[in-house]
Structure formats: C-alpha cells, structure tokens
Write a protein that binds this ligand. Structure first.
Ligand SMILES: Cc1ncc(COP(=O)(O)O)c(C=O)c1O
Length: 482
C-alpha cells in the first residue's frame, strides 16, 4: 500500500510514481490492442472472470497503484477490443491517445467551466474548437453556437429541446406536437423526443427510398396529414450517415419542406457528420449547412475516446434561449461578463468536465490536416472492402455512401424463409471467429423480408489497407467454407 501523510493529498514523489505506473500500463495496453484479437473477451466466460475481479471497498487503502492498474488491465481485457484496427463493428472511434491525455489534464486542472467567467482561458479554447467545427459544417459568420456533450444521444436531446422551445415556446401543446424521422434514424432520436415530453405516438416514421434515404415527398405527405388533423409539425430529424448503412438523407430537399411548414431541421451527423472535413465527404454532405442544428460525435468521426459529442446550432441565440437560467448564487460570475458563452447557458448541465480539451489537444498535437486525411482514407478503405466483395456470392444492401458496407449472403433460388439469414449469421460468426476483424449485424428490408445484414463500418484511425485486406480474406474463406 502507498503511504501518505495526508490521506487525500499524496506528495510529489508518490504522484510521479502513480503517473509513471499508470502511464506505462496504458501505453503497454494500447500497444497490445493493435495486435490483440478483434473480438476481445465478452460473453458468459467474461462475466465469470469479471466477478472474480470484484473486490470490497474498504476503509483503508485496498491496493497499491501497481495492484490497482493490474485489476484495471484485467478488467479492460474483458471487453470488445474497441481500439484495435480490426474493430469494424457498430460505429468505431479508435480512442486517440492525445485526447485521453487531454481528459486527464482537464480533470487534473479541474477548473470550473460551467460558467465561462470562472475560467475564461479554458472557455476561450473550448469556444475556439466549437467555432472551428461550426465553420467546417458551413455555419460561419451566422451567429452559430455549440455545446460539447457526452455523446450523440445527448446532443440529439438538446437539439430536440431547442427546437421544441423555439417552435412551440414554453407553453406549447405537446400533445399536438409532431416529430418526423425516417425509420433509419438512430433510436436516440425517438428517446430524445420522449424525454423532451413529446408523446411517442407523435414521432412519425417517414418512408425511405431504396437507398434508405428519407423521401421528401413522404415527409411532405406526413406533415400535410398531421396539419389536416390539427397537429403541429415542429421538427424533422434527418440522417447525415445512418447507423445501419451510412445513408445520407437529402438535406437540401428536406430543408425546403421544413421551410414551407415552419419546422426545425435537425441533422443527426453522429456517425457521418465528421466526413465534412474531407473534400469527398463535404461533397456528399451537401445541404448540411441548411440544417437548423447538427449533431456531431467526435468520439466516432474524430476518433476520440468515448465521451465527446457536439451540438451545433445555426442561430446560437435559440440554443441559449432554450437553456439559459439565472440564479442569485451565480450572480458574481454573471457580473464578471463573458466574452464567450457559458456552456451552462447552452445545455442542461452546470458543473461539467472540461470537454473541449478532449478535441483541442489532439487538434494542437496532430493538426486538423491529419483528421482530414484519415477521414478521406476511411472512405477509400470502405470502397476497397466493397470492391473486394464483388466476385463473391454476396449482395450489398446498398452501395456505400460513407464507410458502412452492409452485405449479406445472396438469396438462392427457392431458398425457404430464414435460410438466407442463417447462412449470413454463420458467415458473420466465421469472420469474427478468425479474430482479425469484428463486424456486427442489423436487419434491413430486402426482397424476401427483413434480412440479417452484416455491417462493416470503417472508422478507426488505426484501420488501414492491410486490415481491410485481411478482413476480405476472412470473408472469402468463410464464404468458401459455407
Ligand atoms: C446516427 C447516430 N446517432 C446517434 C448516436 C448516439 O450517439 P452516442 O452513442 O454518442 O450517444 C449514434 C451512435 O451510434 C449514431 O450512430
């Protein structure tokens, strides 16, 4: 156990040892992850092993830093290998080390950043990153504002709250308020609406086209029907990269429908919005700047560790109007004025971790260019994977727009219902069992009904051509064996 004269304030020598031991353990872990199996250790066996790690919380110190790190290391092994280059499941991120370092520094400095006046320096740096993101999505010079959140779900929630406040006011009739999203929208959208007081049956599922993009004509028809029934359509949520297939809804056309009906357009770019940083992605995301608000999720598209989402609002005054509250016990800070806005006025939190540093430090240490290049590379890699499937008895659900390649076994003539899905599941299991790549599955409408479909999502900064080629070799071997 580590001896401390003041139990909660270790001396410098001990702090240095803690840092050295933790730093060494973390670097070794990160190095190992690059070559470790992609599927990690989860499932029943992992639960048993997790139970064995459990230890009582005692009154006196229970572990040295070496013991504690050994436990954390053992616990971290019981998990999907989310930071490895073969992690192609769900929506990868990668976990940039510089960002983890930023989190550590921000927490160790522990300035109060809920109100900008309490830490003008930190507030300025965070505002710089938000302004940079706003300019990247095309919001420059238009009074945009933003908020760093814990992730995309919370950004979508604050967007719904902002739209509700802006379009319905504080006394609007929520029973009449209707929201529109395609069936490909992330579940956080319906959840955000429910949390914001919108009855779940007022969230409309708008039809999609063959490429899983929301159909503007179907949106118009749904809005017209609701208006005729005396309801108040106030919010449309579009995808800039759907979770299932990376579909990009036609944002310009949807913006026009919204303008006609006075509805707020929110774009959920949690998975795909960051591609606006590279030329190819920016072209694909045309119309993004027409949105009233945009969710980005740097812990996906900018490769950061989990814990950083972002909401950008084109007219920042509306974000503030929806969230700002005064309190006498904060009057000293309010009196100090603010050259940049307070996060507390843009979201639901007061005290908060200093989130901006998680992106600011990587931007400082790597430069924005490294992010643009990595995102462009991911688009190329997804195409490489898709092209590698061409000569196999597989079908892609849709040509990839961004970096999700959704594929399944091709239907055989006369195959009974369910048989194709079983073959696709066996294919996925075999690919994952090889240990180089981890992919996940979803259900997508196909000619024979809901079809189990494999998702290969390329988004980790560690994934390069050799990993895609290995994944293709595993798919080929698994198809051959099937
Ligand atoms: C399109 C989309 N929106 C929202 C979310 C939710 O983001 P988070 O997990 O950061 O809350 C996700 C997560 O995958 C997503 O893909």
């Amino acid at each position: 156990m580590d001896a401390m004269s003041d139990p909660l304030a270790p001396d410098r020598a001990l702090l240095e040892r803690w840092l050295a031991v933790a730093g060494e353990a973390v670097i070794a872990h990160v190095e190992r992850a690059a070559t470790a199996r992609a599927d990690g250790v989860v499932g029943h066996d992992a639960w048993w092993r997790a139970a064995a790690l459990s230890r009582p919380i005692t009154e006196a110190p229970a572990a040295s830093i070496e013991d504690a790190m050994a436990t954390l290391e053992a616990a971290s092994e019981l998990a999907l290998n989310t930071i490895g280059p073969g992690y192609l499941a769900y929506v990868p991120g990668g976990g940039l080390f510089a960002s983890a370092l930023g989190s550590f520094v921000g927490a160790a400095y522990n300035r109060f950043t809920g109100m900008a006046a309490a830490a003008p320096g930190f507030a300025r740096l965070e505002a710089d990153v938000l302004a940079w993101l706003a300019a990247e999505v095309g919001y420059d010079d238009r009074g945009a504002a933003g908020l760093f959140t814990s992730g995309g779900s919370m950004a979508n929630f604050s967007a719904v709250v902002t739209a509700r406040h802006d379009r319905l006011g504080d006394d609007g009739d929520l029973r009449a308020a209707t929201v529109y999203a395609s069936r490909e929208a992330h579940r956080s959208v319906a959840k955000a609406a429910r949390l914001a007081g919108i009855p779940p049956h007022n969230v409309r599922e708008v039809a999609v086209d063959a490429a899983f993009r929301m159909r503007p004509d179907a949106l118009s028809a749904a809005i017209d029907a609701d208006l005729a029934a005396g309801r108040r359509p106030f919010l449309v949520v579009a995808n800039a990269g759907s979770t299932n297939t990376g579909a990009i809804d036609p944002m310009g056309a949807l913006a026009a429908v919204c303008a006609t009906h006075g509805a707020w357009l929110h774009v959920d770019g949690a998975y795909g919005g960051a591609f606006v940083l590279c030329d190819e992605g920016r072209a694909k995301l045309a119309g993004l700047d027409r949105a009233d608000s945009i969710t980005l999720d740097p812990h996906k598209g900018l490769f950061l560790p989990y814990g950083l989402g972002c909401l950008l609002v084109r007219d920042g005054a509306r974000l503030r109007a929806a969230h700002s509250e005064d309190a006498a016990y904060l009057q000293d800070l309010a009196a100090a004025g603010e050259a940049v806005p307070s996060p507390a006025d843009h979201g639901s939190e007061l005290s908060r971790e200093y989130r901006g540093v998680k992106l600011w430090l990587p931007l400082m240490l790597h430069g924005a260019g490294a992010f643009r290049a990595a995102l462009a590379e991911k688009l190329t890699l997804a195409r490489r994977f898709r092209d590698g499937l061409r000569d196999l008895p597989l079908e892609v659900a849709v040509e990839p727009e961004l970096t999700v390649v959704a594929f399944r076994c091709a239907l055989r003539a006369g195959e009974p219902p369910g048989a194709r899905n079983r073959r696709t599941q066996a294919l996925l299991d075999a690919v994952n069992a090889a240990g180089h790549a981890l992919m996940s599955s979803t259900l997508l409408d196909a000619a024979d009904g809901p079809a189990l479909t494999i998702r290969c999502c390329v988004l980790s900064y560690r994934t390069h051509a050799e990993h895609i080629d290995q994944a293709l070799a595993d798919v080929r071997a698994a198809v051959g064996a099937a």
